[in-house]
Design a protein around this ligand. Structure first.
Ligand code: ADP
Ligand code: MG
Length: 660
């Protein structure tokens, strides 16, 4: 990236967090969605709650002293007047709204009292009457700390102008279209063309790995049944028959000399962690080290707590490493690991750092595997000599997809959750009925129930119409006066997060106001109620995962999905599906059906992307064709060597992936 103008080392580091290390990575960094900021409307035609562009003359600007100080700018076009309202503004901004100028403002129209407003729109000034803009969609990118939309958009624009000489012209044409399309359809067409290439490259690398691994010699592991019995004797329950069967299936693989590659699949709360622990046990006892990688700190910490309580009485050494582990401690862990003094290392992405070295890594366990990229898994595997691999997921990938895609990966499924669980009752609640919802939660807390209360945002400062944890905290502090509340979000330090989670687990907190940080894996059996705010903003799979945080104990559980009135048809059907089904498979299938065309270009969460541009759910139909193309290229390697190399260079840039 250094080669780009205006990009210094610090900025390089920042964008590398988004996976952007090379120019091509930036070009393939696909927008998560688009906004049509060229959708010019006359003020009179503005539709409530819809975004549009307005152009008009500034009539006046004045500071208003209400509950909060604000700047109100009145703009007039030939059809009427609109108020632009800013809550945070500088003296300079205030003065820049001078009445002889024209203003172009893109925002969402809302009604406050009888007045039509844009709150914190995107705006620009001009001296002359502005031209009607040419239709173009504005890309919205995934961000990370230290970078904002305009910076990344600018970088993409200049790169596309200046640094593309060695990029395949066909790919380049598509890349240009995804960053600056005229319509959603055109963007999608280009994206799916790029996705096809990515899938093809991925299949080539899988095929090659498989060829290699057929001859590999992994450690063979015998089952230590007595140790398992000893561990299970300490637990208040016995294994379900599905768990037992999965363990047997796994040990059957482990008797073979070639590396196991197995997916352990089971709905949320089905008890996958315990299965993985019982496998890890036999490795540890055979002096073969185990790495357990989880996508969030909270989850890694939780696994650490569980694994240590199960393993330490058996003389197995467990450690936990994340990016938040203090330096000194991390060094100690790394040293101990290399000297075989640690048997099981649990952690987040931190495990794939170069400085983490095992002495004998025999098994890699990846929890919530859909949250990791292909490359991240490969990096962890490369730390051992042909380690076995057990990946786990609750996000149920429709079977058809599994069969095609994971050819070569074996699957074990836990079909039923442990008995004694009560079903979760799901209610959909319009925001108009919030007061009743809060009453309901108050009652639940009085009856010793713990509650997760999930919001889509932490702070509401970009004018989005969604509930944020900070706001909710303020609201509930007054409305749930006798309850103990705490906030949990990704911006807190890991120490704070762990403390809050611990307090919640120990029952010291009644209501945990959190973001989707708890989406995967978090296990607090006593929590029996979950409220998900603005549930219309989440996909079915994500809602199902979130809901899976409750219903883990013996208490009857409830899930409340709040929504803003005026749902569109798809959103309504989605929430109904949630209310009617608790079966992850069924919901995953419906998830595919109930996606609006707008969503095809991706409102999906960043972490979910195993791929950079492809999206396995939406691009499912491309998979067979991509495999066919890959097979064709591979069948004539002499002829297509260059093409294969280019594909791998673009998509899987590791020294080991170059094809020779
Ligand atoms: P997931 O499959 O979603 O990862 P977990 O492994 O977190 O589920 O397990 C959910 C809960 O079920 C945990 O509290 C765990 O202790 C409990 N559990 C696991 N196996 C059993 C079992 N056989 N009987 C009862 N409870 C179990
Ligand atoms: Mg889990």
């Amino acid at each position: 990236m250094n080669q780009l103008k205006g990009v210094g080392p610090k900025f390089c580091q920042t964008i590398s967090k988004l996976g952007i290390k090379r120019v091509i990575d930036l070009l393939l960094f696909r927008p998560i969605r688009y906004e049509d900021r060229t959708d010019l409307k006359e003020i009179i035609d503005l539709k409530l709650n819809e975004q549009a562009l307005v152009q008009g003359k500034i009539v006046r600007a004045r500071v208003v002293y209400g509950k909060k100080r604000s700047l109100e700018v009145t703009v007039r076009d030939q059809s009427g007047e609109l108020i632009i309202k800013l809550f945070n503004f500088s003296k300079y901004q205030q003065e820049s709204f001078s009445p002889d100028l024209y203003l172009s403002a893109f925002g969402r129209a809302i009604m406050v009292g009888k007045r039509l407003m844009f709150i914190h729109p995107i705006y620009s000034f001009s001296k002359a009457r502005p031209e009607r803009p040419e239709q173009r969609l504005t890309p919205i990118y995934r961000l990370t700390k230290g970078i904002n939309q305009s910076r990344i958009a600018r970088l993409v624009r200049t790169t596309l102008k200046e640094n593309v000489s060695n990029i395949d012209p066909d790919l380049l044409k598509k890349v240009q279209k995804i960053h600056s399309p005229q319509t959603i359809d055109k963007a999608e067409e280009a994206r799916s063309g790029i996705a096809f290439q990515e899938l093809c490259a991925f299949y080539i690398s899988i095929a090659r790995q498989r060829e290699l691994s057929a001859n590999e010699k992994s450690v063979r592991i015998k089952r230590y049944v007595e140790m398992e019995d000893k561990m299970m004797a300490e637990l208040p329950f016995i294994l379900t028959s599905d768990q037992t069967r999965c363990i047997q299936e796994i040990f059957r693989d482990l008797k073979e000399p070639k590396p196991m590659s197995r997916l352990l699949q089971g709905d949320v709360g089905s008890g996958k962690t315990l299965v993985s622990a019982l496998i890890a046990l036999s490795f540890a006892k055979a002096n073969s080290q185990v790495a357990v990688m989880a996508p969030t700190e909270i989850l890694a910490q939780q696994h650490y707590t569980n694994f240590s309580s199960w393993f330490e009485p058996l003389g197995i050494e467990v450690a936990c490493l994340s990016s938040q582990t203090p330096n000194k401690k991390a060094l100690e862990i790394k040293k101990a690991l290399l000297e075989s003094r640690i048997d099981v290392l649990i952690g987040t992405h931190a495990l794939i750092q170069e400085s983490v070295e095992f002495s004998t890594l025999g098994l890699v366990i990846i929890d919530e595997q859909h949250k990791f990229g292909v490359h991240q898994r490969a990096r962890l595997l490369s730390k051992g000599l042909y380690p076995h691999q057990l990946v786990m997921t609750a996000t149920p990938i429709p079977r058809t997809l599994l069969m095609t895609w994971y050819q070569g990966i074996d699957v074990s499924t836990i079909k039923s959750v442990p008995s004694g669980r009560k079903p979760i009752r799901t209610h959909t609640v319009s925001l108009e009925n919030r007061t009743r919802l809060i009453e309901e939660i108050k009652k639940a807390v009085n009856q010793e129930n713990q509650v997760y209360w999930v919001c889509p945002l932490i702070e509401n400062n970009d004018g989005l119409d969604a509930i944020a944890t900070h706001e909710l905290m303020d609201e509930l502090t007054t409305k749930l006066r006798h309850c103990t509340l705490a906030e949990l979000n990704g911006k807190m330090s890991s120490h704070e997060k762990n403390q809050v989670m611990l307090d919640f687990k120990q029952g010291n907190i009644d209501v945990l106001i959190c973001t989707t940080i708890i989406e995967v894996g978090v296990d607090v059996p006593n929590a029996s109620n979950i409220v998900i705010e603005n549930s219309e903003r989440f996909g079915l799979a994500q809602l199902h995962q979130l809901r899976g945080r409750v219903g883990r104990g013996t208490k009857p559980s409830r899930c409340f999905l709040t929504f803003k009135p005026g749902l569109n048809d798809i959103a309504r059907r989605r929430l109904n599906a949630m209310r009617e089904s608790q079966d992850g498979f069924k919901l995953a299938e419906q998830d595919l059906e109930l996606r609006g065309p707008g969503e095809l270009t991706g409102t999906r969460q960043s972490g979910e992307l195993n791929f950079r541009v492809a999206d396995l759910d939406n691009d499912f139909s491309l998979v067979p064709k991509a495999i066919e193309k890959a097979k064709y290229l591979l069948s004539e390697q002499e002829k297509y060597g260059d093409e294969i190399n280019t594909l791998l260079q673009v998509w899987l840039p590791k020294p080991s992936s170059s094809f020779s």
